[in-house]
Design a binder for this molecule. Structure first.
Ligand code: FPP
Length: 228
């Protein structure tokens, strides 16, 4: 393979799993695990400029996460509020453009307002941080198919054009941390030809170094998209 043919991952998505186990192993409350999870997110976003990644998509809150105890849901929402508030200036300074996937307009009104403002203020950025919030992939596909049907023909192209990822590059690599091997209703359509990596590291321990290793492993994979 010529060096210029080395596959580079433009769009990477991560299922950030293992915050609870990270905390449990240290006899700490789950909330601390989530807090450390946010710190891992922050470091990763800071490292994007050193990678090939144009878009990093993170599964922050699924449509199924509402089933968690009310105080844990509250902790996650508060972390989201704090994260956007504290890191927005850094996103703007570093050219990070925010994108949101899922039914995020169904979140608390103050969060919706804060996200709308953040989307507007980061619109000029060159690298995308896409956050899946109140997201379920089956729901996203159903919504997109309904919109496609309302407009005319339903094809793979017209469905894809209505997915929450329509503006993002095709998904190259999907990573799940914490040793679990399932997709949990995340980017099912978009994963059709994505490479997948399941790593044992718990999310709060996942560093920019782990991401760089994953990108290196990705560049060694041969992608055939059904051809041979
Ligand atoms: C999975 O760990 C993680 C989540 C359900 C939430 C992920 C959220 C964050 C990392 C923080 C918020 C993100 C942003 C972008 C501000 P788990 O609780 O399922 O862990 P366990 O499987 O070990 O119990």
């Amino acid at each position: 393979m010529q060096p210029d043919e080395t596959p580079r991952a433009r769009h990477v998505a991560i299922i950030m799993d293992g915050n609870g186990r990270w905390a449990k192993r240290r006899h700490l409350p789950r909330a601390i695990g989530h807090q450390r999870g946010v710190e891992a997110v922050r470091e990763l976003v800071r490292s994007l400029n050193e990678t090939s990644i144009e878009c990093l998509t993170l599964y922050a809150f699924s449509s199924e996460n509402w089933k968690r105890p009310e105080d844990e849901v509250g902790d996650l929402m508060n972390l989201m509020r704090k994260f956007v508030k504290s890191d927005l200036p850094e996103f703007i300074a570093n050219g990070v453009k925010l994108h949101i996937l899922g039914n995020w307009r169904g979140l608390a009104p103050d969060i919706v307002e804060m996200l709308e403002d953040a989307l507007e203020r980061t619109a000029g950025g060159s690298r995308t941080l896409a956050v899946a919030l109140n997201y379920g992939s089956q729901q996203e596909i159903a919504r997109a198919a309904a919109k496609a049907a309302a407009e005319g023909e339903v094809t793979t192209d017209t469905i894809a054009a209505h997915l929450d990822t329509a503006e993002l590059p095709p998904l190259d690599l999907l990573i799940r941390t914490s040793g679990e091997v399932r997709l949990s209703n995340f980017l099912l359509w978009q994963s059709a030809y994505a490479e997948m990596m399941f790593v044992d590291t718990l999310w709060p321990d996942f560093t920019p170094g782990h991401l760089k290793q994953a990108l290196e492993d990705f560049s060694g994979r041969e992608r055939r998209y059904g051809g041979r």
